[in-house]
Design a protein around this ligand. Sequence first.
Ligand code: AMP
Length: 281
Amino acid sequence: MIVIESISDMRQWSERQRRGRQRIVLVPTMGFLHEGHLCLVRAARLRGDLVVASIFVNPAQFGPGEDFATYPRDFERDRRMLEDEGVDVLFHPAVQQFYPAGAQTFVVVEKLSLPLCGSVRPGHFRGVATVVAKLFNIVRPHVAIFGEKDYQQLQVIRRMVRDLGMDVEVVGHPIVREPDGLAMSSRNVYLTSAERQAALCLSRALCKAERLVRRGEIAAAAIVARVLADLTTEPLATVEYVKLCDAETLNEVDAVREPALLALAVRIGKARLIDNRVLKH
Ligand code: AMP
């Protein structure tokens, strides 16, 4: 595996591979890797000839008072994990080079960025869309893989690619969970053991909602109320939102007629956890 830090070296590598008709698959990450990231890497391997994983904790997607400075980092461990997975290139740019002083150009995916996490993290998806657009320009992948754990992020990127005519195939990967159901996340390290136990309330609530729909309950009000009631019985959890939305537009819906996204954000201790499930009637 080659580690590339410079933007121009990354560009040159990709140009060379493209001239050699190699198909490049990109897996963008913020590092502190876990099995969820590695599943994306394995999926990437199946979709092309060469896998590039990027590690970049993107300051532009963190708001003031969020955890940019304390976001967990362990480059050496990440490097070994990616090497063991047979990744071809680890792209690890420095913040100063990635965002040159005076940068004033951003990508804004207007409507999709507003609900859910966008409503509590203003500017977050502008930071995400901008960094991903820039990674696409530098790495020039044929395919890029993103997790459905960050469902809104995936929809924002799909929309950006369509709207700007970018020549990248965007592939979603199902949520990877711990054996007890907790969605894997770099931020799970923030949880104490009691909080880790409490965090199971998210996946439990999603399973319950799925059972409700299977039994014929399609009204958003009823489903959301049941999920909220369950989450609020967990004393360590503070609910940020529970929403039922159209799975494509992310507009709120009043019933599960078309596939609907049930999306949760919950604070437990220092961690802000998100999880979701697409419900189908
Ligand atoms: P992050 O490093 O948290 O920015 O995540 C990098 C990529 O991995 C994103 O596309 C995430 O959606 C994806 N990802 C993170 N956790 C999971 C998970 N538990 N299951 C599937 N994909 C994930």
